[in-house]
Design a protein around this ligand. Structure first.
Ligand code: NAI
Length: 397
C-alpha cells in the first residue's frame, strides 16, 4: 500500500485517478480547491487497511497555501501534480488580463515546482513525482493564452528535476484530449470542435479519464522506475501524426474494458512478463505481441528488424505490438540514422494501424535493465490499460 498525494483530485483525470488508486488499495491525499467535490469523492473511495484517505483544500496558485501543506503530512510514496487549467476566454494572448495570465502560469508551471519544494522532506527515497503536462506543451495550441507555454515549461522543468534530484523518479505525462470538465468547457466556449480534434487522432477517438487514470496509477507505482526521467504521451497517437488526411471517428466498440486479461505472445529471446498469471493464451483476452527480435539485431539493422516484426504481427482487430529496441548505446554515427528511422517507423505504423485499434509502441532496453524490472512496464504498455497509448518509444530520456 502506497500513500499518494494527488492534486486536482476533485474532477476529470484527477478524480478518475483517485478512484483507481483507492481501488488498488492505496491511500490517497486528495488536494484541490473544490472542497465540496473533494469531500464527496472521499466518501465514495474504498479504504484499505484502515488508512482513510485525506482531503486537503488548497488553492495551488497561492504560495502560502502550498507552504502549509506539509503540516501533519504522512510520508509520501508518490506525488502527482495533476491540477491544471486552460484559458477559454477566446482572447488574443497579448490582450489577456495580466492577472489571468499569471494565475494560469502559477497553477500549471509554478505549483508543481512549489509542491516538490514544500513536500521534499515528506517524499520517501525513490518516490515518484509525476507531472501532468499536455500535448499542448509539445506543439503550440493558439488562442489558449499561456496554456502551451506553461506545459512546455512543465516538461522542461520535469526533465531538469530528474537530472537535479536522482533520488526521485520523475516522469512527465502528456495526455491528448480527454473527455473531462476541462474539455467540456473548451467545447462549450467554441475553442474545441470534437469532430475536428478526432480527425487528427490515429485511434479516432478522445480518451476517457479512466485511461489516463490507468497511466497515472502505473506511473505513480514503483513499477515505473525504468521510466525515470522520461516523458510519456498517452494521446491516441496524435503527437506522432504529421499527415494531412483526416481520421474518421472510431467504432464505439473497439475499446476493451481496462481489466481485460492479457493474451500475450512473445517473439524472440525474452522471458514472458507473466508475473501475475494473467498472460498467455487467454480466451477473450486482449491480444498482444511482445517482439524482442530487434534486440539482437546489429546496429544498422534495427529499421529492418522493426519492419519484420510488423510484418509478423498477425492480429487483425484491436491489439498491440510492443517492440524491444536496444537503448542507451553510443552508436557510431553511421548507424544513428537507422536507429532513428526504426523509431519513426513505430510512429508511422501507429498512424496506419490506429483506425483498426491496432497499437504499436517500442520500449528501449538500456544496458543493465533486467527483464524482471521491465516486466510490469511491458505488461502495462501491451495491455488493455494502455489502449490510448500508441506510436511511442518508452524509456527514452
Ligand atoms: P479538470 O478541469 O476536469 O480538473 C482540474 C482540477 O483542478 C479541478 O478539480 C479543479 O478544481 C482543480 N483546480 C483548478 N484550479 C485549481 C487551483 N488553483 N488550486 C487547486 N486545484 C485547482 O481538468 P482535467 O481535464 O482533469 O485536467 C487535469 C490535468 O490534465 C490538467 O493539468 C490539464 O492541463 C491536463 N490535461 C488535460 C487534458 C484534457 O483533454 N482534459 C489534455 C492534456 C492535459
Amino acid at each position: 500500500m502506497d500513500t499518494v498525494l494527488l492534486t486536482g483530485a476533485a474532477s476529470g483525470i484527477g478524480r478518475a485517478t483517485a478512484r483507481r488508486l483507492a481501488s488498488q488499495g492505496h491511500r490517497c491525499i486528495l488536494v484541490d480547491r473544490n472542497e465540496q467535490a473533494l469531500q464527496a469523492l472521499r466518501t465514495e473511495l474504498p479504504v484499505s487497511a484502515g488508512q482513510d484517505h485525506r482531503v486537503c483544500v488548497a488553492d495551488l496558485t497561492d504560495v502560502d497555501q502550498i507552504a502549509a501543506l506539509p503540516d501533519g503530512m504522512p510520508k509520501l510514496d508518490a506525488l502527482i501534480n495533476n491540477a491544471g487549467m486552460t484559458d477559454s476566454s477566446n482572447r488574443a494572448t497579448v490582450d489577456l488580463d495580466p492577472d489571468d495570465w499569471q494565475r494560469l502560469l502559477d497553477l500549471n508551471l509554478r505549483a508543481p515546482a512549489r509542491m516538490v519544494d514544500a513536500l521534499r522532506a515528506r517524499l520517501v527515497r525513490g518516490a515518484r513525482v509525476v507531472n501532468v503536462a499536455s500535448g499542448a506543451g509539445l506543439r503550440a495550441i493558439p488562442w489558449r493564452g499561456g496554456y502551451s507555454p506553461s506545459k512546455a515549461g512543465l516538461i522542461a522543468q520535469s526533465r531538469a528535476l530528474a537530472q537535479a534530484d536522482a533520488e526521485l523518479c520523475v516522469i512527465v505525462l502528456c495526455p491528448g484530449y480527454v473527455r473531462t470538465e476541462l474539455v467540456a468547457g473548451l467545447i462549450a466556449s467554441g475553442r474545441l470542435d470534437p469532430a475536428r480534434a478526432v480527425a487528427k487522432i490515429p485511434l479516432g477517438r478522445l480518451a476517457d479519464p479512466e485511461e489516463l487514470a490507468c497511466a497515472l496509477a502505473f506511473m505513480a507505482s514503483g513499477d515505473a522506475v525504468p521510466m525515470a526521467g522520461s516523458l510519456l504521451c498517452v494521446d491516441g497517437g496524435s503527437s506522432v501524426y504529421g499527415g494531412s488526411q483526416t481520421y474518421a471517428p472510431a467504432d464505439g466498440d473497439t475499446r476493451a474494458p481496462s481489466d481485460t486479461p492479457l493474451s500475450l505472445t512473445v517473439r524472440g529471446e525474452w522471458p514472458a512478463p507473466d508475473d501475475d498469471g494473467t498472460s498467455g493464451d487467454q480466451h477473450g483476452g486482449y491480444h498482444a505481441v511482445l517482439d524482442a527480435t530487434a534486440l539482437s539485431s546489429p546496429p544498422g539493422q534495427r529499421l529492418a528488424a522493426v519492419l519484420e516484426a510488423a510484418r509478423r504481427f498477425d492480429i487483425d482487430g484491436p491489439g498491440s505490438l510492443t517492440v524491444l529496441l536496444p537503448g542507451g548505446e553510443n552508436l557510431a554515427w553511421e548507424h544513428a540514422g537507422d536507429h532513428a528511422a526504426a523509431r519513426m517507423l513505430v510512429a508511422s505504423l501507429a498512424c496506419e494501424w490506429g483506425p483498426a485499434a491496432r497499437r504499436i509502441n517500442a520500449v528501449e532496453v538500456a544496458p543493465g535493465m533486467t527483464p524482471d524490472a521491465l516486466a510490469p512496464l511491458l505488461r502495462f504498455a501491451a495491455g488493455a490499460q494502455a489502449q490510448y497509448l500508441t506510436g511511442q518509444v518508452l524509456c527514452r530520456r
